[in-house]
Design a protein around this ligand. Structure first.
Ligand code: SF4
Length: 333
């Protein structure tokens, strides 16, 4: 069955009836919770695991060396979901971590996925990536492109290295140069920089990229503070009425959970989550398969949902062409 945007998502699934917390359905003051209804499956994300070579204190995944909150996926874990997604009309496969290039199966996984669709990988572009450049080069010969989004928190090396470790800024630029020379397209993910205008930030990054021998005008995605996993954040509650008072049908279709899913591995089991931002809350584990996950209405219960609601935060680059890049968020590695 090929699912297109014109085809209806199945009305219900057994997974949709799974027990969830009361907060999934009601706000703290008892109002009906806002929900997003998925209209298509355009993008499927895979979480490659929360292990990372770095240990940034602000990481929204809490990733660090040896971390296994989310386990490393293997090619055999991912293949059935790629195959299923293709029957559902997916347009792109995307990969986040942790640091995806720590995962020893990442190149075979990309090799498999790129035979069918374009792929996006989020990376810190440091040693794990640099060590795999030779393995990555043949992937540029696939009919579908591989695009990499590199985390550069700030255009000043010292500010980037403050969170990521000394020398990581220079290493990331070296990794980006290798990728650029190998023919892969790039974008960068930065953090919101208080007190700097967008023009100043763009100019700062442009000068740094140019000095590093890279195109000065690489697309840049700026992301807000997402807080570490399981953080207790007092964000405003999003009711059903908020979803119609402040959003239209068209803007609700831009939420990531309206057109994508993320697949993660925990306790040896692959599960389909609503999006890239909610894998720390089991309520958002929607189903074991993509098709069963699609009819489940997605609650606006998570504090990160407010970033989507208020700022249009999104890890996706699929619907970015018409949007202001500076108003959106991104996953991190
Ligand atoms: S964080 Fe955003 S995309 Fe994810 S479930 Fe909440 S509103 Fe949807």
């Amino acid at each position: 069955m090929l699912l297109t945007t014109a085809m209806k998502i199945p009305a219900s699934s057994p997974a949709g009836q799974a027990a969830r917390s009361a907060a999934w359905y009601q706000t703290a003051d008892g109002a009906p919770r806002g929900f997003i209804h998925t209209h298509a499956l355009e993008e499927v994300w895979f979480h490659t695991g929360t292990a990372c070579n770095l240990a940034c204190p602000f990481c929204l995944e809490g990733s660090k060396p040896g971390d296994d909150r989310l386990q490393r996926v293997r090619l055999a874990d991912v293949q059935p979901f790629i195959d299923e997604a293709l029957t559902l009309g997916v347009k792109q496969f995307s990969f986040t971590g942790g640091e995806p290039f720590i995962n020893k199966d990442i190149v075979p996984i990309l090799d498999y996925a790129l035979q069918s669709r374009p792929c996006l990988v989020l990376t810190n572009a440091t040693r794990p990536l640099i060590q795999r450049i030779r393995q990555l080069k043949p992937l540029s010969q696939h009919p579908h492109p591989l695009h990499l989004r590199v985390s550069l928190d700030h255009f000043e090396a010292a500010r980037h290295d403050h969170g990521r470790g000394k020398g990581m800024f220079a290493q990331a630029l070296a990794g980006m140069r290798e990728l650029h020379h190998a023919g892969f397209s790039l974008s960068i993910a930065s953090q919101a920089i208080p007190g700097c205008s967008q023009a100043e930030v763009s100019q700062g990054f442009g000068e740094v990229l140019q000095a590093a021998g890279l195109p000065a005008d690489l697309p840049r995605i700026e992301f807000p503070e997402f807080h570490p996993p399981a953080a207790q954040v007092a964000s405003p509650q999003i009711s059903a009425q908020c979803m119609t008072d402040y959003h239209s049908e068209s803007s609700r279709r831009q939420f990531m959970c309206a057109f994508s899913r993320m697949v993660v591995k925990t306790a040896g089991r692959m599960r389909v989550y609503a999006c890239t931002l909610v894998d720390d809350d089991p309520d958002y584990a929607l189903a074991d398969t993509l098709i069963d996950s699609l009819p489940v209405p997605v609650s606006m219960k998570h504090h990160r949902c407010y970033s989507c609601f208020r700022l249009g935060a999104s890890c996706s680059e699929l619907q970015r062409a018409d949007q202001d890049m500076s108003a959106t968020g991104a996953g991190d590695t």
